[in-house]
Ligand binder design. Sequence first.
Ligand SMILES: Nc1nc2c(ncn2[C@@H]2O[C@H](COP(=O)(O)OP(=O)(O)OP(=O)(O)O)[C@@H](O)[C@H]2O)c(=O)[nH]1
Length: 389
Amino acid sequence: MTLAPLDLTTLAFTRGLVQIILAALMFATLRVDQSFRGSTWWPVGFLASGIALVSLPISSPEHELALNAVNHLLSGFAWAALLLGFWRFNQQGPRLPLLALICILPATSLALWQIVTPNPPLRIVTTALAQLVGMLALFATLSKPYRDEMRLPFRGIQLLILAYLPVFVFQYAGIAERTFAAPAWMGASSYSAVFSLVTLLFTLSLAVSCIGLQFLRISVEHADRATTDWLTGLINRRGLNLFAAQDDARRRRDGGTSAVICLDIDHFKAVNDRYGHASGDLVLQCLAEVLRNDIRKRDIAIRQGGEEFAVLLVGSGEVDAMDVAERIRRDFSTQRIDTASGTIAELSLSAGVAVAAANRTILQAMDLADTALYEAKRSGRNRVCAAAV
Ligand SMILES: Nc1nc2c(ncn2[C@@H]2O[C@H](COP(=O)(O)OP(=O)(O)OP(=O)(O)O)[C@@H](O)[C@H]2O)c(=O)[nH]1
């Protein structure tokens, strides 16, 4: 049994059309994302590669150079655009020398063909090299996802590249050496047709992965926003519940304590009344910054709402928590905030501290810290009180 030879040019044209349709689909679906991180370069890459393939069957002796140029330059640019998209998506800066190499290789191939000597193997190797460099650079980029949620899909695309790479190398090395190692039951042109179809599958999977990644990013950012306070960038009350549950589980498992500090700006209403609501917002942002500076990386600063804040000190006890609360109180009191209505000075806050242990959850400790905070307000403000045990 042998497979009937397939028309390779028609297959390449079909692949090109599919890529153009995929690019249009990407543009349409990814328009929902306002930041367009990565997304604009991805469809640009698929579009460029699609146009290069669609131009293959066009035969016009007087425009041969132009057609060759379109085909070569676009295929290099397509990989450069795809890579740029992944770098932007992964929050990495562009590596310009690598991009230049990917664009220059097919151009060199074209120049050699047109100016030096038409040499089919050299032309194929040089052009394929650009795609190979692009693929390897993409593989390397996917090894370092910008956040944990992307690890699994990135691994998936790496596997895709690993599966496609041998087919790619085998095909181009075979053509270049003119030693086509197609199996006996499959004619040489059938093998090329299989290669073409595998390439189509690879391209399709890559395009679907790009769309999937973009939607994953949007949903991850929505989830972030749901647990983040928009004004200060701190964790909000909903986020606190998640971290509190995690910390409770950790302490049940490993023992030890964690501490919470509840904080409330003193006479904040007077600040709003005197300097305006926008200036009040600056004070809230200023306290958020003080909190960020005064706690460790593993601790969590929370804006509970209004001018009420909290800090979860993971693995800490009361003595440490009292020190941190005192430091925050002191640092906040030295802040000066310039506003259109004058400089806001004499800022102060009150704080209450409590400890969560095996028999007390973070949220129960928060209630106790709140009572201690009330005590601090009642006894004159601008002070830190520990919860009565
Ligand atoms: N600028 C600004 N003000 C807010 C925001 N959320 C709540 N507030 C204001 O915070 C003020 C809280 O006032 P109070 O609860 O009376 O507390 P206070 O004036 O700080 O008094 P004490 O806590 O007793 O020292 C109110 O005037 C609210 O309008 C916000 O997001 N931005």
